[in-house]
Design a protein around this ligand. Structure first.
Ligand code: FAD
Ligand code: SF4
Length: 466
């Protein structure tokens, strides 16, 4: 019997049902499904998938353990490189990373590495509920304190590696909850928040301390942290400052940044109003501006809150959308109307100052720009008005400047990103940075990779080798 060229599909909540609830959409593999998928892996000696993974998980090794039903060994292998597999198994763009270079992709579907990772991670989370948490080995205490600013994937990964090396690590987080975008950005139906909370316990078991409601640059500065005995600092504060288009009417009521909209819903649980005291406008006709993951999340969230019609207004074509294919397909299945090659030019309000129309213009594609995508060009005279009562702007984010403004000598680059050298060290001695604050908005796994790289450099620095 030859190898099955088709990957084992994952069961999902049907679109008609899921668009009315916040429950997770993909339902995970059963043992039989995971074993069947694991059997498709060729166990290639060159394993290109490992190089395709930004944190270099030993993919064939953990897949082999699934085949043998040795799931503790499978999770131990994954944990050597990645302490957030239940999260990355759900949100990583595997199709552009490990799965993009999987040899099986030459003859059929690549191995569903993300789904298998999720399967093993979910098995481990189930075991944790029975009180069986196995943490990776730790070196003896080094009696040196390191401060991590920001509890997103970059900060968490950096903290975990340093804790394993025996450092005394404290994470300072501006919000009242930890997790960064995993908690306040990515919606419950893609990443249930109990998983993020459960992963936090894992870090606590490793000895990482969390101090929430501490906004570094306001509550305390980096200089003060160092004066308080922290010998190195890692900045993993992400890129959470929303961008706007600066077009007329953008300040009208009913126009949100995707950040504010998603934070209200995810972090402040506005979808459970009045059980949670966070108000949110529930638009009937909602326009979401943008074509990335954030735009898809905002559109699908608006739908679940009760919008009758959600338009996704994007200035290029579907092909250029930066969102993951799976998210685009899910949004389409749920009935989000894509208005492609279209851009808003101004918003029109009613007499009370609430948005009532978005004036848009049709676009065509020109030459490729610096991003390698074809540049959108407005088509003169093609303006039209779209009736809306809510607009959510999801056209990107930049780093918040608080830390740069309050840390003397900290060099920043374009759009306020923090500049680092090849060791992730900033222009201030002993201060390192990584994740979205350095690259601009990117992905969970690249932020994790940066956090791990910085941890290795911080260790060198504290041992006097850097
Ligand atoms: P963040 O996750 O942003 O964490 C930074 C943390 O620092 C936050 O908790 C913040 O509150 C805290 N902080 C900021 N300033 C301070 C301060 N001064 N003091 C103390 N704390 C501070 N990526 C994917 O791979 N797949 C996806 O499907 C995906 N979907 C996304 C959906 C949305 C809605 C968004 C917004 C992003 C998405 N991303 C996705 C991108 C991904 O989440 C980010 O690239 C990643 O979280 C960056 O990690 P980070 O640790 O650098 O920053
Ligand atoms: Fe398995 Fe694909 Fe990796 Fe080969 S490249 S070892 S088939 S996951």
């Amino acid at each position: 019997m030859g190898i099955n060229k088709k990957s084992v599909p994952m069961r999902e909540q049907p679109p008609e049902q899921r668009k009315h609830n916040f429950l997770e959409v993909p339902l995970g593999y059963s043992k039989e499904e995971a074993t069947l998928e694991a059997q498709r892996c060729l166990q290639c000696p060159t394993h290109p998938c490992v190089d395709g993974c930004p944190v270099h998980i030993n993919i064939p090794a953990f897949i082999l353990k699934i085949r043998q039903n040795k799931l503790q060994e499978a999770i131990d292998i994954i944990h050597q490189s990645n302490l957030l597999p239940a999260i990355t198994g759900r949100v990583c763009p595997q199709e552009d990373q490990c799965q993009a270079v999987c040899i099986m992709g030459n003859v059929g579907d690549p191995i569903s590495i993300g789904r298998l990772e999720r399967y093993v991670a979910d098995w481990e989370l189930e075991n944790r509920k029975k009180g069986e948490v196995k943490i990776p080995e730790k070196l003896p205490p080094k009696n040196k304190k390191v401060a991590i600013i920001g509890s997103g994937p970059a900060g968490l990964s950096c903290a975990a590696d340093l804790a394993k090396m025996g450092y005394d690590v404290t994470i300072f987080e501006g919000f009242h909850k930890t997790g960064g975008v995993l908690t306040y950005g990515i919606p419950e139906f893609r990443l249930p928040k109990w998983i993020v909370e459960e992963e936090k316990k894992f870090f606590e078991k490793l000895g990482v301390k969390f101090e929430t409601d501490v906004l570094v640059g306001r509550t305390i500065t980096i200089k003060e942290l160092m004066e308080n005995g922290f010998e190195a600092v890692f900045i993993g504060t992400g890129a959470g400052l929303p961008r706007f288009m600066h077009i007329p009417g953008e300040n009208l009521d009913g126009i949100y940044s995707a950040n504010e909209f998603l934070t209200r819903v995810n972090l402040m649980k506005a979808y459970k109003f009045p059980e949670y005291d966070t108000p949110i406008k529930i638009g009937k006709r909602v326009a979401v501006i943008g074509g990335g993951n954030v735009a898809m999340d905002a559109a699908r969230t608006a739908l679940r809150l009760g919008a009758e019609h959600v338009f996704l207004v994007y200035r290029r074509s579907r092909k250029e959308m930066p969102a993951r294919e799976e998210e685009i397909a899910h949004a389409e299945e749920e009935g989000i109307e894509f208005m492609l090659l279209t851009n808003p030019v101004r918003y029109i309000g009613d007499e009370k100052g609430f948005v009532k129309q978005a004036e848009c213009i049709k676009m065509k594609l020109g030459e490729e720009d610096a991003s390698g995508r074809r540049r959108p060009i407005p088509i003169e005279g093609s303006e039209f008005k779209l009736d809306v009562d809510q607009v959510i702007v999801a056209i990107g984010t930049t780093p918040n400047p608080i830390i740069a403004k309050t840390t003397e000598g900290l060099k920043t680059g374009r759009h306020g990103v923090i500049e680092v050298d090849e060791n992730m060290q900033t222009s201030v001695k002993g201060v390192f940075a990584g994740g979205d604050i350095v690259t601009g908005a990117a992905t969970v796994i690249t932020a994790m990779g940066a956090g791990r790289k910085a941890a290795a450099s911080i260790d060198k620095y504290l041992r006097g080798e850097l």
